[in-house]
Ligand binder design. Structure first.
Ligand code: NAD
Length: 330
């Protein structure tokens, strides 16, 4: 049994806590949140204890691993504390909004050779994993173009935008990671953005719509399309195009039924709304992989360096947006 503590019992922390509690090879020992009521509610639905402080988890020798699902600006400190205490870490994305802080965090813990996994859950989506397997096995020959569409159903509240670090570091960061997962390392980034959806986002100095083009080491071209609002739901699609064909991962629905009548034909259910519903299997598989790595002493398929590289791409996109120039990466 791997014994786990959770930091942060908000939207994603509560879900992770439930997934850990229902995993057959883990025990959710305790949960901590600065809002005690949030921790108490998560403890109630999972059967875990409420930890009285961060130290109560970090210093608990019974706990093997922690999951960090608190706000982004707390990740580096919690990860450093936990790694120094010898615990494996699954940390939500992004590691931090500041590249210097990310680098100094790794400089501080690298010599401990910790198990650190970053919560890029989309890598664990069964359809995306199958797409990656077929790409790697040569199903479409050499990859030439990768198109990632990622649109949220509705913009988040202003308070969220304020602390988010902007569209690229908060939202596109998942797509940057997927781009690397499917197409390899990136050498060139060009970003354009606009405010087409929510005036409040513009007032906060952020954008709500973006298109990014990138070039990989192998020469493939990547396109990412983002919006903070898709009226038809959480739009998550991928198209990989190569010399001998194309692989398409479409949106998912609760059922595959379609209605045909006088008002129209081939009318399907709405696509799944938002991340917890759309990526349910991925979040479970993510926890399962983390546990496997702890049990077998292997490295996660998505580690600290992947978190750092995704942030590097987000920073490059921001620089490109501000300067209008293509940004070259080493
Ligand atoms: N991978 C994904 O799909 C995904 C989805 C949503 C959010 N996230 C990431 O997860 C993190 C949390 O996001 P959220 O939407 O759940 O936020 P949230 O605001 O809903 O929840 C965060 C919780 O952490 C608590 N908290 C604040 N400081 C804390 C501390 N020092 N220690 C413990 N708890 C603390 C807050 O009280 C709150 O309950 C963010 O970094 C976000 O980027 C990832």
């Amino acid at each position: 049994m791997t014994r786990i503590g959770v930091f942060g019992c908000g939207r994603i922390g509560r879900m992770h806590a439930l997934n850990i509690a229902s995993h057959p090879r883990t025990e959710l020992v305790s949960v901590f949140d600065v809002i005690e009521e949030a921790a108490r509610e998560t403890a109630r639905v999972t059967g875990a204890k409420v930890a009285s402080s961060i130290e109560a988890i970090v210093d608990d020798h019974q706990i093997d691993a922690v999951l960090i699902a608190s706000p982004t600006d707390t990740h580096v400190d919690l990860m450093t504390l936990a790694a120094k205490a010898g615990k494996a870490v699954l940390c939500e994305k992004p590691i931090d909004l500041d590249m210097d802080r990310v680098k100094s965090c790794w400089a501080e813990i690298a010599s401990l050779d910790p198990v650190v996994m970053i919560g890029f859950n989309r890598r664990f989506d069964p359809t995306f994993q199958e797409l990656e397997r077929r790409l790697s096995s040569g199903a479409i020959g050499k990859l030439e173009q990768l198109a990632i569409t990622s649109r949220d159903p509705a913009p988040p509240p202003a308070a969220y935008i304020k602390a988010s670090g902007g569209l690229f570091r908060d939202m596109t960061i998942h797509d940057f990671d997927l781009a690397r997962y499917f197409a390899g390392d990136i050498v060139e980034v060009h970003a354009t953005g606009a405010n087409l959806v929510e005036p409040e986002i513009e007032a906060l100095g952020d954008i709500d719509s973006a298109m990014i083009t990138m070039r990989t080491v192998s020469g493939a071209l990547v396109h990412i399309s983002n919006s903070r609002r898709a009226i038809y739901g959480y739009d998550q699609r991928i198209e990989a195009f190569g010399e001998s064909g194309m692989l398409q991962a479409g949106n998912q629905r609760d059922t595959s039924l379609s209605f045909w009548g006088s008002a129209g034909t081939d009318i399907k259910d709405p696509i799944m709304d938002f991340f917890i519903e759309r990526y349910t299997p991925a979040y479970h598989a993510e926890i399962d992989h983390f546990i496997d790595c702890i049990e077998k002493g292997t490295k996660p398929i998505v580690g600290f360096q992947d978190g750092l590289e995704a942030l590097r791409l987000a920073d490059a996109a921001l620089k490109s947006l501000r300067t209008g120039q293509t940004v070259k990466l080493d």
